[in-house]
Design a binder for this molecule. Structure first.
Ligand code: ZN
Length: 224
């Protein structure tokens, strides 16, 4: 009897962390499904609500602008074991609860990350800085509260390069869109998805290669 009781107790304790891991709920809206999972019980419910709301605002817009065929099902996972800011693969975004709890205004981490789902480049034929630059450009275009997070495109410096990625590249793209060729980032994004991208695309679309465009950008970097 005693042995059975001990086993039952052990069994019960073994189940507890499992139940915590399985904390998830599903929201469906306008044909999109977001599954929200968390293994951090103390995650602020108001922040969770904002992350979910941000998804349903930005994801359909990103899909419409860049890739209507993008997955209709996305998972968010708040994972205490994850030590970065956020990362995305296979329709699943992992968030660091430590980062998000410390920066609750930075809800457009969602916008950058779900853009990676929309990009759907597979094994990309382009460089990594380009993928990240486009994701931050999309955040610049469609972010719901970049100002609240004090997230801006920083002024360019002569020591920088378009290969610096993220916001530095995003600002260069905003300049191209405004001053060189409207629709260019949309076209480049598409070429990455259908694997037709090569370095020549910039010259084909603008008459100049990336280095020439960057030199021109440094001379007159206004984006508005
Ligand atoms: Zn990214």
């Amino acid at each position: 009897m005693k042995k059975t009781t001990l086993l039952s107790t052990l069994f019960l304790f073994a189940l507890l962390p499992f139940q915590q891991l399985k904390a998830q709920d599903v929201t469906r809206k306008n044909g999109y499904t977001l599954t929200f999972e968390s293994n951090y019980a103390a995650f602020d419910p108001a922040l969770k609500k904002r992350l979910v709301e941000t998804f349903f605002i930005v994801y359909p817009k990103l899909a419409k602008e860049y890739n209507p065929e993008t997955s209709k099902q996305v998972t968010f996972f708040v994972d205490t074991a994850y030590k970065g800011v956020a990362a995305t693969s296979n329709g699943r975004v992992v968030f660091s609860p430590a980062y998000m709890s410390k920066h609750p205004q930075d809800v457009d981490v969602v916008t950058h990350e779900v853009m990676h789902i929309v990009q759907d480049y597979g094994e990309s034929v382009g460089p990594g800085w380009l993928t990240e630059g486009i994701a931050d450009y999309a955040r610049y275009q469609f972010g719901v509260d970049n100002a609240g997070a004090k997230w801006t495109l920083p002024d360019v410096k002569p020591t920088q390069s378009y290969k610096n990625s993220y916001r530095i590249t995003a600002r260069f793209f905003a300049w191209m869109q405004a001053k060189v060729k409207p629709g260019i980032i949309k076209a480049v994004d598409k070429s990455l998805r259908d694997h037709t991208y090569t370095d020549d695309i910039w010259k084909t679309l603008t008459g100049k290669n990336l280095d020439e465009l960057w030199a021109e950008y440094l001379k007159n970097p206004a984006i508005a």
